[in-house]
Design a protein. Structure first.
Length: 203
């Protein structure tokens, strides 16, 4: 049952990440080409460089894929050549994967927490989704802890991510009610109802 829970959670995370890459806004993938002069120019044949955000997304995707392949190959070799978790080498490898996944999970949330704190906006984050995931993480961690024979490295990652996600949820709720009180949009912090025709200065 524990393997099914972890496997399902991993599969859903992969789906979210793949959808993020597939539906990444096209206009944010490459930098906007600026004309070099006021004279009429022929279309530039050079390919515009990638934006920092899209470039980082591709690097993270490639790193995650490489980590998945390498971990899978090493795990299969250890199980086939050395033995199961009763062997010291296999047990150490499992513990290493648990600690390493905790570090990666922290790196996943910390930049988002930093960005949300400084932007003071909810952005594209879903508060209802986090309200379901945060208590779900707590229940999931509890189910792993009470399971006989479970090593602490198996549930420490989900405990850390649950705490970080709870922090992000509280922050988003605070910014949501703050922006609602100030009449600002949750997405980007601009005044509600503002458009291109809205005057910047009012009498």
């Amino acid at each position: 049952m524990g393997i099914i829970q972890i496997g399902l959670q991993w599969f859903m995370f992969c789906c979210v990440f793949i959808l993020y890459l597939l539906y990444f806004p096209e206009h944010k993938k490459r930098m906007i080409h600026a004309p070099t002069s006021l004279h009429l120019e022929f279309p530039n044949t050079k390919v515009a460089p990638l934006t920092a955000e899209w470039n980082l997304s591709l690097i993270v995707a490639a790193t995650a894929l490489a980590h998945l392949c390498l971990s899978f190959i090493i795990s299969v070799l250890l199980l086939a050549k050395v033995g199961g978790p009763e062997e010291t080498a296999t047990n150490y490898w499992a513990g290493f994967l648990g600690l390493f996944s905790m570090i990666l999970a922290s790196l996943q949330y910390l930049p988002q927490i930093w960005k949300t704190y400084h932007s003071k906006t909810v952005g594209a984050l879903s508060i209802p989704m986090m309200m379901l995931q945060t208590p779900g993480s707590a229940l999931f961690v509890y189910s792993l802890i009470v399971r006989p024979g479970t090593n602490w490295t198996a549930w420490i990652t989900y405990l850390v991510t649950g705490l970080l996600q709870g922090t992000l949820l509280i922050m988003c709720i605070v910014w949501h009610f703050r922006n609602k009180r100030l009449g600002l949009n949750d997405l980007d912090g601009t005044p509600r109802g503002a458009s291109e025709r809205t005057p910047l200065l009012r009498d």
